[in-house]
Design a protein around this ligand. Sequence first.
Ligand SMILES: C[S@@+](CC[C@H](N)C(=O)[O-])C[C@H]1O[C@@H](n2cnc3c(N)ncnc32)[C@H](O)[C@@H]1O
Length: 259
Amino acid sequence: MGLHQRKRCEIRPIGVPCVIRHIRQSVCLQHIDIPFKTPALTGVFSVFFPAQQMKPISQDNVIRTYRFYAPLYDLLFGAVLEPGRRALTETVNSVMPASVLEVGVGTGLTLERYPASSSIVGIDISQEMLEIARQRAALLIEREIRLEAMDAEALDFPDDYFECITIPYVLSVTPNPERLVSEIRRVCRKDGTILILNHFSGSRFWWLLERTVRSMANRIGFRSDFCFSEQILKHDWEVLSVRKVNFLGLSKLVVIRNT
Ligand SMILES: C[S@@+](CC[C@H](N)C(=O)[O-])C[C@H]1O[C@@H](n2cnc3c(N)ncnc32)[C@H](O)[C@@H]1O
């Protein structure tokens, strides 16, 4: 925020637009305390929405959560997250890579839209999600699709193996996103394409929901407090583009060159 704007807010500390702007800016910068200048307002806000570290998720919980979600997943998250998946596969089609690794392939909702000429490997830690993906893949005859149970934080592939890696709605679900990023960078070719599709905190429309479900990360199977600058910009890869996708910009599609 510019000095000029900050000054205006200090003069009119409880103006509604000013308060909304402050709340939005504070959502992503969770390591910084709420930037309100009015002590009373700061106190009230932090009682309801205390600034916290990113919530931990255990591997057991990911497995348990997606065992529960598997039969309902397509119904709950199929259509609602579909525009993002479409944008992701369109980008893959514009790159036309020879090989694609999809990390956290889930029930295989993207599989049919990858380029027919690409060799596809999908991995997931949940056997139940993977079983549905296998049924989908079985219908895609004449396509080269391999599905395997594997932890994305300990990939069983050699270095520089894939030309393109996609990570749709997984980065804020995995227990240790940094370890996942390090692994996908290892198995992705230098100059290869990495596509991350995810919700990041700080959205204009979704901040209240983010804050409300934040403490439930381990139960609902994803973190809502997932900061773009901390999870994407801090790595020394090249971010080529960032585009909002899904209803009211719920998610972002990030296109990255592996350097
Ligand atoms: C929100 S779902 C996304 C599924 C699918 N990509 C989609 O577009 O609907 C997250 C998936 O990531 C998987 N997952 C989470 N952490 C993982 C990890 N460390 N390794 C492999 N899969 C993981 C979960 O089992 C789940 O199937």
